[in-house]
Design a protein around this ligand. Structure first.
Ligand SMILES: [Zn+2]
Length: 217
């Protein structure tokens, strides 16, 4: 099962101290979806891997609340102007935390690949929150961001290109755009660097194009 623990954090933007719940341990006994969304048995850990300051809206992983956090005056300005006014009262959802964390990472100038991962996780949270409209919104944003990463010079390691190309296809498929999905699935064979290790990616791309499944295994 997933175990959570209370942690004390200090917001590097507004200096507020607050408590948040963090993941101590989790499991993957809930299976894996074909967009790599790993499910835990019991509580899903995803919403507890990102923390949000309730005063200014700054969000990120535990590391983003440590001394290692990169906080520029421009980032502070963005947080106060764009995250703080949008703060909802009451419990904040996992997808809201990931959306804010994705914005913070963009303002920090993080690589598209990193931002894309946060947007993908926002979409995964929406699945658990039962919000299919928001799920499609984040899937689209994640797909565009992964595409940007793939288009940039060394934005993605050579050996990771096939799997991310597959993932972009799967994101479009889950949005309902089968034409774009097929285009991306068809690009997977050209991105293979190691036929033996990556045979499964080619198989998955063909399967999701021709006879899609929602779960691996
Ligand atoms: Zn704050």
């Amino acid at each position: 099962m997933t175990t959570l623990q209370q942690i004390d954090l200090r917001c590097p933007i507004c200096d507020t101290r607050f408590r948040s719940q963090a993941v101590v341990s989790t499991n993957s006994f809930g299976g894996k979806r074909t967009d790599f969304h790993e499910r835990a048995a019991g509580t899903q850990p995803l919403p507890y891997l990102i923390h949000m300051c309730a005063r200014c809206g700054y969000s990120g992983s535990e590391r983003d609340f440590s001394d290692e956090a990169e906080v520029s005056p421009l980032l502070k300005e963005h947080v106060w102007n764009e995250l703080a006014p949008a703060l909802a009262t009451g419990a904040v959802t996992g997808s809201e935390k990931y959306e804010a964390a994705a914005k913070v990472s963009e303002w920090q100038g993080m690589e598209p690949r990193y931002v894309a991962d946060l947007l993908l996780r926002a979409a995964w949270c929406c699945v658990d929150e039962g919000d299919s409209e928001a799920e499609r919104f984040f899937r689209r944003k994640a797909a565009w961001m992964f595409e940007q990463a793939l288009a940039s010079y060394d934005g993605v390691a050579r050996e990771e290109r096939a799997v991310l190309t597959y993932l972009v296809g799967e994101l479009w498929r889950r949005v309902g755009d089968t034409r774009q999905a097929a285009e991306w699935f068809n690009r997977v064979p050209d991105e293979i660097t190691d036929v033996q290790c990556q045979q499964w990616v080619m198989d998955a791309a063909r399967q999701q194009r021709d006879c899609p499944r929602d779960w691996f295994g």
